[in-house]
Design a protein around this ligand. Structure first.
Ligand code: SF4
Length: 379
């Protein structure tokens, strides 16, 4: 299934949700938004995981300067132009204003204010210590109270626990998808679909995993395996095709739409022992040590995570692994640390390509050349 069919199917699905009485709450694509709480309140969480193009970026310049990250520009462009395949954005009832980064705050505020979508705030601390965990819980409580005010009913502990379990199981299956030996583009399609539809897609995911296990289709021995880190490849973005056309294959997505998401599983023992389900969400935030939002030590964690994966991969597969660090233009979070990440990994013998781009069509040739040159060097 291509991205166009995915978007048109999803549009029908969302209309149906709306007609069943669900409120749609949208937010940008990063970590730490408590979708379990939204789900428990009977909202449908819609993560903005859509890539951009020239038109969408241009359309955002009435609101923000072109030096804003290309993903953020495109999100504004989607709301201001609502292209045919994205008419479903008209169904959004609430937008979460959160602070993953400066662009996240600005874009969410602009979308809420200029496109008349009610705003819900959820601020996430930048540090991980006792005080910040307490603050995170206060934010959860505040959001819970707001949601309860909207629905006019209490979100019970039982209901929240049910949602936590549901998302946990969903992520466990996504982790299995992550392990499958299939082309990166096929894997990404399934991940995109799963993250749009959420846990309702789990039965299809289960079938997909089962099917691939029963019908393995080996990947070419000559393809160059890639760990893809940095910014995500969103829906409607051709980055994965450029890598495959150059002879590469992404075997691990170390991104928001990838391992960052599905590695955040809450341990079953904690679920059984914890009395207050909000504390489970605090625990999930505390354990999210690879996300690029919170400091300190995030970069050290990321370097050791990539190094461990690299060593393990080389040992078990007997193949070299390349690392592409994808930087969406003007994404400060990823670009600021890119040289450091590259230097540290290269000191350990891991070759890294820092690949910066925006969504303009004119870039395609240059991106292909850089990817091909990097893959060639991996021989
Ligand atoms: S700057 Fe980076 S982290 Fe922030 S919205 Fe843009 S892509 Fe996401």
């Amino acid at each position: 299934m291509d991205d166009l069919s995915l978007l048109s199917d999803f549009s029908l699905f969302l209309k149906e949700k709306k007609s069943e009485g669900y409120k749609i709450v949208a937010y940008l694509a990063h970590d730490n938004i408590p979708e379990e709480l939204l789900d428990a309140a009977g909202f449908f969480p819609l993560r903005m995981i859509f890539g951009g193009n020239d038109d969408l970026m241009d359309a955002s310049h009435d609101y923000l300067p072109p030096s804003t990250c290309a993903f953020a520009q495109s999100c504004i462009g989607l709301f201001s132009t609502k292209p045919n395949l994205f008419k479903f954005l008209e169904l959004v009832d609430y937008f979460i204003v959160s602070n993953h980064c400066v662009s996240d705050v600005c874009v969410s505020e602009i979308i809420s204010r200029y496109f008349n979508i009610s705003r819900l705030n959820f601020y996430v601390p930048y540090t991980k210590n006792e005080s910040s965990l307490k603050y995170f819980k206060l934010e959860l409580l505040d959001l819970k109270n707001k949601l309860e005010g909207i629905i006019g009913a209490e979100i019970t502990n039982e209901r929240l626990l049910e949602s936590i379990n549901k998302y946990n199981q969903f992520k466990k299956v996504l982790l299995e998808v992550n392990e499958l030996e299939i082309l990166g583009s096929e894997k990404l399609k399934v991940i995109h679909r799963a993250m749009l539809y959420g846990p309702e897609f789990q039965p299809d995911l289960d079938k997909f995993v089962q099917y691939v296990k029963e019908n393995p289709s080996p990947i070419s021995e000559t393809s160059k395996d890639i760990l893809f880190t940095g910014c995500s490849i969103f829906i409607n973005d051709n980055m994965v095709d450029l890598i495959e056309e150059g002879g590469g294959n992404i075997v691990f997505f170390d991104t928001w739409i990838g391992n960052h998401y599905y590695s955040q599983i809450i341990n079953d023992n904690s679920i059984n022992m914890e009395k207050d389900p909000l504390d489970l969400l605090v625990l999930k935030f505390k354990n999210n040590v690879y996300g690029d939002h919170s400091v300190p030590n995030f970069l050290e964690h990321k370097i050791s995570q990539i190094e461990n994966y690299y060593q393990d991969y080389s040992k078990t597969k007997g193949k070299k692994l390349g690392v592409i660090n994808h930087i969406i233009k003007f994404c400060d979070h990823i670009s600021l640390m890119s040289s450091f990440l590259k230097d540290r990994l290269q000191e350990k013998g891991i070759q890294v390509l820092n690949l910066e781009r925006d969504y303009s069509r004119a870039n395609r040739g240059q991106l292909s050349t850089r990817i091909e040159a990097y893959l060639e060097m991996m021989k």
